[in-house]
Design a protein around this ligand. Structure first.
Ligand code: NAD
Ligand code: UDP
Ligand code: UDP
Length: 336
């Protein structure tokens, strides 16, 4: 009896809670290393529609090939320094080259990506009322004078050095996020990501974990940059993605450190890769690059308390998980 039928209730497609209704999510930089693992996780939820915007500078369609053609997935070739018009509920804003050789390749473009790119994504968030998460970095702490680094530390960053396009770029991006939050009421989330590793890392991007694994597989010497006593803390990518989603879904703006507090010298890392991947390989010392931070380790008290998050995968367990992916891409099968 159509005359007495109640009018249809509008479906709460947008501004809705995770897992309760459909959610349209934009991932900038989704064709990259962390972004593509994030997309895999978001796509597992049938209520999510995922849009990736990426200019393929350091990312690749190959990282997303299993989703191309999927009805809940869309891939757009787009540079975030240009305005973007889409209708979404959430924005994970990752677009930015992350490894020193790529971000130093065109430093002016790196700054534009961080500043204009983040401004555009905030303008988009403001127009559609979306929540936006920025992947900032431990590099905002520079060469830290406080150890381990907690979120209240303001950092020790060179404003005019060769890494500044990235470090200072991310610092401005954080400032923009907070100004849009205070001035326009945008819902923001800031993750300060510490060194992350796992399958799909760029093979020749000069980062230490990808370098050592590729060198061990190719039977080349592992190149420890002097002095080798500098430290880093390495987080496996599945732990990272879990932390980012918890931050997005939680109630805290951050900034929140997401990283693994296990701290290793570069010499220890080389020895571990040698032991696990190729005991025959040699370890050599080579020259370092300017402004290399001497130590880095996250204080993750805030992530534990506010997000109930801590990493699960130890370095010794994570490194072997990269071997198969690297062997396939390097076309060096395992010898038996
Ligand atoms: P990645 O280089 O693999 O991914 C970055 C992606 O952004 C790539 O797909 C690239 O093509 C894209 N991109 C770059 N500039 C763009 C632009 N102007 N417009 C559109 N797309 C653009 O790096 P990643 O390791 O996956 O890093 C992802 C994010 O996490 C970055 O914001 C990075 O700063 C941050 N982060 C990463 C680490 C780490 O250890 N990997 C540490 C700290 C912070
Ligand atoms: N912007 C965008 N997509 C949108 C809305 C805005 O890319 O859906 C860009 C817009 O081009 C602008 C930036 O975001 O350069 C900041 O937008 P905002 O509205 O905050 O500032 P205004 O346009 O007033 O300068
Ligand atoms: N590093 C190294 N050998 C390499 C590449 C890097 O010893 O082949 C060192 C580098 O000097 C730095 C650390 O590893 O101290 C981490 O470098 P990466 O570029 O991976 O990350 P970031 O400096 O951004 O933390």
């Amino acid at each position: 009896n159509s005359a007495t039928k109640a009018p249809p209730t509008p479906s709460p497609l947008r501004f809705s809670k995770y897992f309760q209704a459909n959610m349209r999510i934009l991932v900038t930089g989704g064709a990259g290393f962390i972004g593509s693992h994030l997309v895999d996780r978001l796509m597992e939820n049938e209520k999510n529609e995922v849009i990736v915007a990426d200019n393929y500078f350091t990312g690749s369609k190959d990282n997303l090939k299993k989703w191309i053609g999927h009805p809940r997935f869309e891939l757009i070739r787009h540079d975030v320094t240009e305005p973007l018009l889409v209708e979404v509920d959430q924005i994970y804003h990752l677009a930015c080259p992350a490894s020193p050789i790529f971000y130093k390749y065109n430093p002016v473009k790196t700054i534009k990506t961080n500043v204009i790119g983040t401004l555009n994504m905030l303008g988009l968030a403001k127009r559609v009322g979306a929540r936006i998460l920025l992947t900032s970095t431990s590099e905002v702490y520079g060469d830290p004078l406080v150890h381990p680094q907690d979120e209240s530390y303001w950092g020790n960053v060179n404003p005019i050095g060769v890494r500044s396009c990235y470090d200072e770029g991310k610092r401005v991006a954080e400032t923009l996020m907070f100004d849009y939050h205070r001035q326009h009421g945008i819902e923001i989330r800031i993750a300060r990501i510490f060194n992350t590793y796992g399958p799909r890392m760029n093979i020749d991007d000069g980062r230490v974990v990808s370098n050592f694994i590729a060198q061990a597989i190719r039977k080349e010497p592992l190149t420890v940059q002097a002095p080798g006593t500098q430290t880093r803390s390495f987080c496996y990518v599945s732990d990272m993605v879990d932390g980012l989603i918890r931050l997005m879904e939680g109630e805290n703006t951050g900034p929140i450190n997401i990283g693994n507090p296990g701290e290793f010298t570069m010499m220890e890392l080389a020895e571990t890769v040698k032991e696990l991947i190729n005991p025959e390989v040699e370890i050599i010392e080579v020259e370092n690059t300017p402004d290399d931070p001497r130590q880095r380790k996250p204080d993750i008290t805030k992530a534990k308390e506010l997000l109930g998050w801590e990493p699960k995968i130890k370095l010794r367990d994570g490194l072997p998980l990269m071997e198969e992916d690297f062997r396939r891409r390097l076309e060096v099968p395992r010898e038996n």
